[in-house]
Design a protein around this ligand. Structure first.
Ligand code: BES
Ligand code: MN
Ligand code: ZN
Length: 482
């Protein structure tokens, strides 16, 4: 259940707990009845991420919320403090706080970030639990604020957090609960609710369009593929920048004929559609956020399975832009479906293309679980992504598209093969994708590392993170032509 937020002039008497921001230095707020020395012995120094619950005999409990040095509070640290507060407040039905009203941040931004932190840190995917022992009681949060700016920020935060939580749910769903067909149907439903035009392409249509990549990857599966195109056109769209987003939607990645080993970590390959979920979630927010740019989203959906009809090694596929690809590993399937999506994106001649994909294990090895890779042909576009990444606390790190490595993709019989050598796997994957974007400024986000986490941490919750969703929303809504 999504948290309910209200903006109030003063803390309501009904609040079961009151969240009190406490800095790491200076005098304690007067509501705090314990001394700094006592709090320190209890392990609470006011650092961002710390909380301490002071129960009350009668009346509301106090929840001390560490906010560090208030002059240094930025969006990332305020979001983190809010997430910690929400976790500490999980046992109370209703809480109030002035957290959205401190520091030097713009009041609207602060409210947005508090809502994001609290909503993201309490969301859980529980559809398949018959009993949810950990269900938070927290339902209502009263933000003691200054009116209109706070209210606007709350609305923004809710739209963004709800979309992000939706993307997490999709990535957490087991493969049989979210086939390409079901996902496309959900996209149609969501598009109808959020003011988007939606078109769904089935296997025959994809074949007729020459999309050999997605059809090839789908060959081993009994579940047909789907491509979804979502279109957002604000009023007065003519002349406005146009962005195209392309998401990898591999509903389950078994590796195909190049079967992955039975390692428990591969249970997360149900989340190999996290890129497509991020694109769908992003698109769903644009009207509500009043985005002034035009945006098109492609969801490239299929699973990757072995069978008698599956794509074999040595097979050659012809992609939408006419280029031929020799298959040397059927587990390098993401780039094959993105090839078609990127080709279609380039045909629209947009201002820029951004794709997002759980593309390479190599990116997880290179940057770890907290940071996504970014590669592309436009440093200006990448720098807009980097600025947005800092604002939303979804860290990204640029890797180079090393031209000299292109020969690693050379094929004896086709234009290229679908894998490079044993080293630099994220870069050779990026070079492969770059063959399909023409001259359009383009950036590729490889979210294989941060697609999931193993334990609750800041704004992330155990399981699928929907990493990249808030990054795309911020980038798309603030985009300036490059
Ligand atoms: N979906 C995987 C990448 C992945 C791995 C995402 C781990 C998240 C966590 C992708 O389709 C894949 O299998 N990539 C191969 C590419 C290789 C065969 C060149 C990989 O990374 O091993
Ligand atoms: Mn794979
Ligand atoms: Zn994959």
């Amino acid at each position: 259940m999504a948290l309910n937020f209200e903006v109030v002039a003063k803390s309501p008497a009904t609040a079961k707990a009151v969240g009190i921001p406490v800095a790491s230095e200076g005098a304690l707020p007067k509501e705090v009845t314990l001394s700094r020395a006592t709090l320190e012995t209890l392990g609470f120094t006011g650092k961002v991420g710390q909380t301490y619950v002071v129960p009350a005999e009668k009346g509301a409990a106090s929840i001390l919320i560490g906010v560090g040095e208030v002059s240094k509070l930025d969006t990332a640290s305020l979001r983190k403090a809010s997430a910690a507060f929400a976790r500490a407040a999980a046992g109370f039905e209703s809480v109030s706080t002035t957290l959205a009203n401190i520091g030097r941040l713009d009041r609207k931004v602060a409210a947005q970030v508090v809502v994001e932190g609290m909503s993201l840190a309490t969301h859980r995917y529980t559809d398949l639990k018959t009993v949810d022992k950990k269900a938070p009681k927290l339902a209502t949060v009263s933000l003691v604020g200054t009116g209109a700016a706070t209210t606007g920020g709350v609305k923004r935060g809710q739209v963004i957090a709800n979309a992000t939580n939706m993307a997490r749910d999709f990535a957490n769903m087991p493969p049989a609960y979210l086939t390409a067909t079901i996902f496309a149907n959900k996209a149609v439903e969501i598009a109808g609710q959020t003011g988007l035009k939606v078109e769904v392409f089935n296997k025959d249509q994809l074949l007729a369009m020459g999309c050999g990549g997605i059809v090839g990857v789908n060959r081993g599966s009994v579940e047909p593929p789907r491509m979804v195109r979502l279109t957002y056109k604000p009023t007065g769209a003519k002349g406005k920048p146009h962005l195209v987003l392309v998401g990898k939607g591999v509903m389950y990645d078994s590796g195909g004929i190049s079967l992955k080993p039975s390692d428990p970590s591969h249970a997360m390959m149900k989340g190999d559609m996290s890129g497509a979920a991020a694109v769908l979630a992003t698109m769903s927010t644009l009207k509500a956020l009043g985005c002034t740019n035009q945006v098109t989203g492609y969801l490239m959906c299929t699973d990757n399975l072995p069978s008698g009809s599956a794509m074999a090694m040595g097979e050659v596929l012809t992609m939408r832009n006419g280029k031929t690809v020799e298959i040397h590993n059927t587990d390098a399937e993401g780039r094959l479906i993105l090839a078609d999506g990127l080709s279609l994106a380039a045909e629209l001649k947009p201002s820029a293309i951004i794709n997002i994909a759980t593309l390479t294990g190599a990116c997880l090895v290179a940057l770890g679980e907290k940071v996504a890779g970014v590669l592309g042909t436009s440093d200006k576009l990448i720098s807009q992504l980097e600025d947005a990444a800092a604002r939303v606390d979804e860290p990204i790190w640029q890797l180079p598209l090393v031209k000299e490595y292109r020969r690693l993709l050379d094929s004896t019989v086709a234009d290229m093969r679908n894998i490079g050598g044993p080293a630099g796997g994220t870069i050779t994957a990026g070079l492969f994708l770059s063959e399909f974007v023409g001259n359009t400024p383009w950036a590729h986000l490889d979210i294989a590392g941060p697609m999931k986490v193993d334990g609750d941490d800041g704004w992330m919750q155990r399981g699928a993170t929907a990493f990249g969703t808030r990054l795309l929303i911020d980038t798309v809504t603030s985009f300036k032509p490059v």
